[in-house]
Structure formats: structure tokens, C-alpha cells
Ligand binder design. Structure first.
Ligand code: DGT
Ligand code: CA
Ligand code: CA
Ligand code: ZN
Length: 579
């Protein structure tokens, strides 16, 4: 994904918030919000476009295009800076609280002088908010819940942001003279869904040149700690980065050590101790003689401890050491195994790109098949009708097989599907005779998240029992750091999926990663199949698959577990669950 697009999108979103907070024109705020989404999802890197090219982006007019150029030129936009200056930073921090919103943030600041999340929580505990106009006990409760969500994120950031930053650092440091190897380690290498800090490891004989290049990176805003082998910095991306430089000979031991997890490493060190060995970031040593035994590669370290190399995504002490000892580590699914994407949108509903652009981009990814699954009519804002859906189907059939896809005979196979809405009672948008016309149906919950556990469970089980529902989309509906998953009896839902031949989605969007790793592990025991899907609403989102694959690996999935790694014929047989 183009970094400048993300930066501009974030800036316009901030501008829209600032306009709302300062009581500016609501229409103007909406215009910038829309522009933010369009720029964020645009396929071309905005830093390569001129004024004309920028204006070709949907929702971007001349004045917005000029602001993009201003930002690319100078790193800031004066109109945004002016509004920023009018607002205390504390109020802007308040807008990060889910459910509060810019208007209420400004109200609590003006009426009560609250300018931090801590003060806001105190005021709610003292029941001081409920007397404000537009607030009540229920609002207080909602805001408190929002604060809890914010704090449970605990300053951790999402996987995509951390990975972008880490890859950029690795690219820069790899080019420094004397840098023999460079990689990221820690939770990022394990592909956890959120990242506390980024850990970068370098192998070099001399550490000083690498350390210097590191602290001079443009997004480093503060050096927190600096020693001979370790430097820690704070970045303008909202997360810290640790750099460690080790002698080239210690590379494997250090990479193993700093990849973690802590729980995995404790178990590994115990094995070493039992063999009268000592494992550190410098190598595996004989305790008695102090002699170094191995240290160059992770493989050698694991092998000397009687283990096969364990993939980083499994290193959580969730049975991987026992499985390794038995020679039963799973052959984890990889991004290269994917033959297609089974949940994607176009501009017929809330996507940004037309069908043709999405399909062409899918073909460029080398897929064999690709499903278009726009929203069905029950989500009223999507304005779907039978006629529009059938017209899209006709177009899909015309385009089927016409996009050459590299390394495969015949062109990209297009599947016509839909994303159904699972209603409060478990029903879906269309009657069975209309559903029968689709190649596949994804069905997802988009509202009524607060039903009772029994009602939510029954609702999902009923969706599985629909003979035309093939995949349950983003099954728990959680949004990382923003919304908890629904409280359903997941084991009952997983059992229903296995019984009915319904796959569970691993939604790859970095805001969702739903199912999450622990739920995948549970579902797997029921014998369920999975689909790792991008849920792309724009061309760049197709690349989110890497996060979904990371999550699938953390759930121990193999290619055989994931239906969109299967050959087309096997997939189509699975999709005919109705018989
Ligand atoms: P995070 O940053 O919270 O997302 O999670 P990690 O796993 O990246 O944790 P972090 O950054 O504190 O440390 C990276 C890895 O380095 C960790 O997984 C294990 C290893 N490590 C770091 N410090 C120590 C330590 O003092 N003792 C041990 N045993 N391992 C450590
Ligand atoms: Ca870390
Ligand atoms: Ca760290
Ligand atoms: Zn969707």
C-alpha cells in the first residue's frame, strides 16, 4: 500500500474531525471524510500524480487536490494547521475514545474543562457528565465502555502499521555498509494482531554505523535509550522501535531469542538446561566447558535441542514444542498457496473501484478464481435491487475467463456471489430461489450486536443451516481496539459449520482479523473449513491477505483447511452444499 495515500487519508480524516469539533460546516466535513476514504483506497500512489491525476480520484475536486500537492510539497497543509491551533491537543485526544465523537468531545471540554481521557473517566465516575445537554447515564456508560476499549488496546498498534514501518526500516538499514543481515523479530515476526513495539535485529561487525543510520531515520522523534548493542526510539507513527546489533556469528541465536514469545523461549531454555546447555542471544553453550556449540542459524539451534525449525507464527507455547518433538508440526498455509479471494466488493455497493478494475488487479495477483460479493438489499444504504444484482451477474459472466493470469492456463475464473446480511432472527436477504442463482454466498452479521447469547447463537446457527450460505463472514464482528466480538456460543456455531458444510471466514482486514487466532484453533477442533478473504473495498485492500494468512498460521491452519487454496473443481464441489 502506498504510504503517501495513507498519510493524506489520515490528514483529511483529521481535518474533517477538526471541522466538526470547531462547529464548522457539516457538509464540508463530510466532503473531506469521503475524500479521505477515496485517497486511502486509490490504486495509484498520490505522490506520483499531478493536479489533473489527483482530480480523477473520486470525491477529490480541485481544492482538495491542491491540498494534497501542498502536503506532498511541504509536509503540511496550512488550513489543517490553522484549525489544529484552535483546539487543545487534549480535546483531539478525546476524539480517539470510541462512541464519544467530536461534538461531545468539544462539549465536555468547554463545559467541564476536560482535556484528557483520564479526566474524562474521573468525571464519569463522579457522574458529572449526565447533567450536560445531550448526555445521560446511558451516554456515560457508553463512553466508559469506549474508554475501556481504548485502554485495552494498551498503546498497541495494528499489524499493518507496524509491518509497514518495520519493512521500511529493514530496507534502509540493509543498505548501510557493514550490515550483513537485517530482519524484524518480536511479535511482528510472529504476526500477532497488535504490536507493542517493533524489534529490529542487525548482524554487523561494527554497530556504530547502523545505530547512527537508525537514529537518523526521518520518523524518529526521540531516542529513548542508547547503548553499545541496543538503541530504542520513539517514532512519529505512534510506536517505539528497538534495534539490536549482534555479531554476524550470533545471528541465529539472536533471532530466535528476540522473536519470542517469552513463553516459547522459557520452554526452549528449559530443554537446553536439561541437556546441560545454556541458551542466550549469543548462542547455545556447553555449561561445563563454556564452549559455544551453535549460533549461526535458528535451524541449528532448534536441531541441537532435538527440534525441527518452528515457524515464528507458532511460537506461543500452544503445543508447538510437543508437536515438533513428535514430528507433527502442521504444514502451514502460505500466501503463495492462495488460488483466489472469496469476499470482495465493487462500486456497485460500497466499494471504490469498478468490477473490471478489481478483477484485473486480482488477475495480477496470479489468482485462478475471484468472487465478487457485493452487499445484498437488507443493508438499505447499499441500494441493492434484484435488477442491479442480475445485471452485475451478466457482466461477470461476460468477463469470466477474459483476464489473463500469470502462470495459469485460461484466464481468471470469476464467481458471482453476494454478501448477505444475517438478520436478527438468522434470516437472510433473499428467498432460496434467488440465492440459488449465485455461485457462492457469504453471510455476515452487521447490526443487532447486543442480543442475548442464546439469540446470537441461534441466529448464526440458522445462517449455517441455510443451504445457500457457504461462508460466515467476519464471524464475531469485532473491530480491533474499537468493538468487542459478539457474545455467541462459538463452539455451537463451529459445530453447526462443520455439520452443514459452511466455512468460517478469516477476514484479513487488519482492523478485523476475524476469526482471531484462538477462535481458529477452537474451530479447527470441530473439523471446520476456513476461507481467508480480503473483504476488499478497493484495489490496495486485496494485499491485506498477508495479515489474514499470518492469523491463519497462528491458528495452525494448513492449505487443506482453507478452501480458497483448493483447485477450482474442489472448491465448486464444496460450494454446492445444497446437494
Ligand atoms: P510486543 O512488543 O508487546 O508486541 O511483544 P514482543 O513479543 O515483541 O515482546 P518484546 O518487544 O518485549 O520482546 C521481543 C522478544 O524478545 C520477546 O518476545 C522475547 C525476547 N525478550 C526480550 N527481552 C527479554 C528478556 O528480558 N527475557 C527473555 N527471556 N526474553 C526477552
Ligand atoms: Ca516487540
Ligand atoms: Ca521490544
Ligand atoms: Zn464485505
Amino acid at each position: 500500500m502506498a504510504r503517501s495515500n495513507d498519510e493524506v487519508a489520515a490528514l483529511f480524516q483529521e481535518y474533517a474531525d477538526l471541522i466538526s469539533i470547531t462547529g464548522g460546516d457539516a457538509f464540508k466535513a463530510r466532503v473531506y471524510e469521503k475524500a479521505a476514504r477515496s485517497v486511502g483506497g486509490h490504486h495509484a500512489d498520490v505522490s506520483t500524480l499531478d493536479l489533473k491525476g489527483l482530480q480523477d480520484i473520486p470525491n477529490v475536486g480541485k481544492s482538495i487536490a491542491r491540498k494534497v500537492l501542498e502536503y506532498l510539497d511541504s509536509g503540511s497543509v496550512s488550513a489543517v494547521d490553522e484549525l489544529r491551533a484552535k483546539i487543545p491537543a487534549g480535546v483531539r485526544r478525546l476524539t480517539a475514545v470510541p462512541t464519544l465523537g467530536p461534538k461531545k468531545a468539544m462539549a465536555v471540554y468547554e463545559e467541564l474543562g476536560i482535556s484528557s481521557v483520564e479526566e474524562l473517566a474521573d468525571a464519569i465516575h463522579q457522574e458529572r457528565l449526565r447533567d450536560l445537554k445531550g448526555f445521560g447515564p446511558k451516554t456515560e456508560e457508553n463512553i466508559l465502555h469506549g474508554i475501556e476499549l481504548l485502554q485495552s488496546a494498551g498503546g498497541r498498534v495494528q499489524l499493518d502499521l507496524a509491518l509497514d514501518l518495520a519493512e521500511s526500516i529493514v530496507a534502509t538499514l540493509s543498505a548501510v555498509t557493514g550490515c550483513e543481515r537485517c530482519s524484524y523479530a518480536g511479535s511482528l515476526r510472529r504476526m500477532r494482531e497488535t504490536i507493542g513495539d517493533v524489534d529490529i535485529l542487525v548482524a554487523a561487525k561494527k554497530s556504530a554505523p547502523v545505530m547512527r543510520a537508525f537514529t537518523e531515520l526521518p520518523y524518529v522523534i526521540e531516542v529513548i535509550g542508547q547503548g553499545g548493542t541496543k538503541t530504542s526510539v520513539r517514532t512519529s507513527k505512534g510506536l517505539n522501535v528497538d534495534l539490536r546489533v549482534v555479531p554476524p556469528d550470533s545471528w541465529g541465536a539472536a533471532l530466535q531469542y528476540f522473536t519470542g514469545s517469552k513463553a516459547h523461549n522459557i520452554r526452549i531454555r528449559e530443554r537446553a538446561v536439561h541437556q546441560k546447555l545454556k541458551l542466550s542471544e549469543y548462542g547455545l553453550f556447553d555449561v561445563e566447558s563454556g564452549e559455544k556449540i551453535v549460533s549461526k542459524t535458528e535451524e541449528e539451534v532448534y536441531a541441537r535441542l532435538g527440534l525441527p525449525w518452528i515457524p515464528p507464527t507458532l511460537r506461543e507455547d500452544r503445543g508447538e514444542i510437543e508437536a515438533g518433538l513428535r514430528g507433527e508440526l502442521p504444514a502451514l498455509v502460505t500466501e503463495a498457496d492462495l488460488r483466489g479471494d472469496l469476499h470482495t466488493h465493487t462500486d456497485l455497493t460500497d466499494g471504490l473501484a469498478p468490477l473490471e478494475e478489481m478483477a484485473a488487479a486480482a488477475a495480477r495477483r496470479g489468482y485462478a478464481y475471484y468472487a465478487i460479493t457485493d452487499h445484498a438489499p437488507d443493508m438499505a444504504m447499499q441500494r441493492m435491487t434484484d435488477e442491479r444484482m442480475l445485471a452485475q451477474r451478466e457482466r461477470v459472466r461476460e468477463l469470466d475467463g477474459t483476464y489473463p493470469t500469470k502462470g495459469r492456463r485460461g484466464g481468471l475464473r470469476l464467481l458471482h456471489g453476494t454478501e448477505l446480511n444475517i438478520g436478527p432472527e438468522g434470516g437472510v436477504d433473499w428467498p432460496e430461489d434467488f440465492l440459488a442463482g449465485f455461485d457462492l454466498c457469504v453471510a455476515s452479521v452487521h447490526s443487532h450486536f447486543n442480543q442475548s447469547r442464546e439469540a446470537l447463537t441461534r441466529r448464526l446457527v440458522r445462517a449455517c443451516e441455510n443451504p445457500y450460505v457457504n461462508i460466515i463472514g467476519h464471524p464475531t464482528t469485532r473491530l480491533i481496539g474499537k468493538r468487542p466480538g459478539i457474545d455467541a456460543d462459538l463452539d455451537a456455531v463451529f459445530a453447526a459449520c462443520a455439520r452443514t458444510g459452511t466455512a468460517l471466514e478469516v477476514n484479513a482486514h487488519p482492523d478485523r482479523l476475524d476469526l482471531r487466532d484462538e477462535d481458529i484453533l477452537r474451530a479447527r477442533r470441530h473439523g471446520v473449513r476456513f476461507a481467508v478473504n480480503s473483504d476488499a473495498h478497493a484495489v490496495p485492500h486485496l494485499a491485506a491477505m498477508r495479515y489474514g494468512i499470518g492469523t491463519a498460521q497462528r491458528g495452525w491452519l494448513t492449505g487443506d483447511d482453507v478452501i480458497n487454496t483448493w483447485p477450482e473443481r474442489r472448491l465448486r464441489a464444496f460450494l454446492r452444499k445444497a446437494g
